[in-house]
Design a protein around this ligand. Structure first.
Ligand SMILES: Cc1ncc(COP(=O)(O)O)c(C=O)c1O
Length: 356
């Protein structure tokens, strides 16, 4: 039996007709960038998530970048964030000439420790970026500086709590496009207007540029595809939550699972973009599962403060022990909505076999 980490084809197959129809509609319209398809998607997304504005952008990375630009983050500014995330969380700070200030994670949730984040704020702190990692809602730090939520992995996991929230529609996300796409969510009309301006090179009207922005526009084709998928999102997320619950039951009943192997705790709102366990002898387990045809992934093998491109900031190994431990122990198992009970049984059985 083969169990991939993710099976996007299984998700798309039942929607084939509707997806082709949406793509043909865009082709026939002759409009490919922004336009009515994107506007309709933005309205539907905002309504579903209960926010005043959703602004479609070119990727989750660009959502973070444009959000920090809208706050005026620039050279010398500090942004407090987590050392355990995808690179883009910190890359966007560096690209603006800012400096990330890391605070460690909570070992149980893998999310930025809100108290440590608040303690890391200083006179130069311009913003904070907590990440709702793996789809689990993070507790936001109580601070006076603006909080930009990195919700790339956590669409719908929690209500907007910061000044902006950034989504990714990378194909592996719970709501995935057929390429790169993202969105910025916010309730503040002035900030939303600023993001819209920055999204098209700061121009209004065309060819008159008020501020230096970028090309952060969303394609009509991606918006049309996302509109087909959006009404199914709640069902897919419910299926992921049910799969997580089934893993818990199966692990509890499996003989030989070591006590040190930890499953993610269930918390309200968790959308399980990833189901990440902590596993003793993680790399050996991963190799064993790969030989059995089971896909897994390590999110993330190297903490952000130790990335070679950030060496100039002077962070050393040992600075954030909880995040560094996670890079040695965390392993994502298949959790996609279409995963079958049989496949999950095989995964748990093979994990038990490894430890026996
Ligand atoms: C936590 C996190 N932040 C940011 C991003 C960037 O999103 P994108 O790949 O759409 O640029 C991702 C995507 O993988 C992510 O997982």
């Amino acid at each position: 039996m083969k169990v991939p980490l993710l099976d996007v084809k299984a998700q798309n197959a039942p929607l084939r007709g509707a997806l082709l129809e949406a793509m043909a509609r865009v082709m026939d319209s002759g409009g490919f960038i922004l336009g009515p398809e994107v506007e309709a998607f933005e309205k539907e997304l905002a309504a579903m998530l209960g926010v005043a504005r959703a602004i479609g952008v070119s990727s989750g990375t660009d959502a973070l970048l444009v959000a920090l630009m809208a706050l005026g983050v620039g050279p010398g500014d500090e942004v407090v964030t987590t050392p355990l995330s995808f690179y883009a969380t910190v890359g966007c700070i560096a690209r603006l000439g800012g400096r990330p200030v890391f605070a460690d994670i909570e070992p149980e949730s893998f999310n930025l420790d809100p108290a440590a984040a608040a303690a890391a704020c200083g006179a130069k702190t311009r913003a904070l970026i907590p990440v709702h990692l793996f789809g689990r809602p993070a507790t936001l730090p109580k601070v006076e500086q603006p909080v930009v939520e990195d919700a790339a992995q956590s669409i719908g996991a929690c209500k907007l709590g910061g000044i902006m929230s950034c989504l990714s529609f990378f194909p592996s996300k719970n709501l995935g496009a057929f390429g790169d796409a993202g969105a910025v969510l916010c309730d503040d009309a002035q900030i939303a207007d600023n993001v819209v301006l920055l999204r098209t090179h700061g121009s209004r009207p065309k060819y008159v540029h008020h501020v230096v922005g970028g090309n952060f526009r969303l394609d009509a084709l991606q918006a049309a595809i996302l509109r087909v998928k959006l009404p199914r999102l709640a069902g897919w997320t419910a299926a992921r939550r049910a799969n997580a619950e089934r893993y818990r039951r199966m692990f509890a009943a499996a003989p030989g699972i070591p006590a040190e192997l930890r499953l993610p705790a269930d918390v309200p709102g968790h959308i399980y973009n990833q189901f990440v366990i902590r596993a003793p002898r993680r790399d050996g387990l991963r190799e064993h599962l790969a030989k059995q045809g089971i896909g897994t992934e390590v999110y993330y093998p190297l903490a952000l403060h130790l990335q070679p491109c950030f060496a100039g900031w002077g962070y050393r190994a040992g600075a954030f022990p909880h995040a560094e431990a996670a890079t040695r122990e965390a392993l994502a198992l298949p959790i996609f909505a279409e995963l079958t009970e049989e496949q999950q049984g095989f995964v748990v059985g093979q994990i038990a076999a490894y430890y026996c």
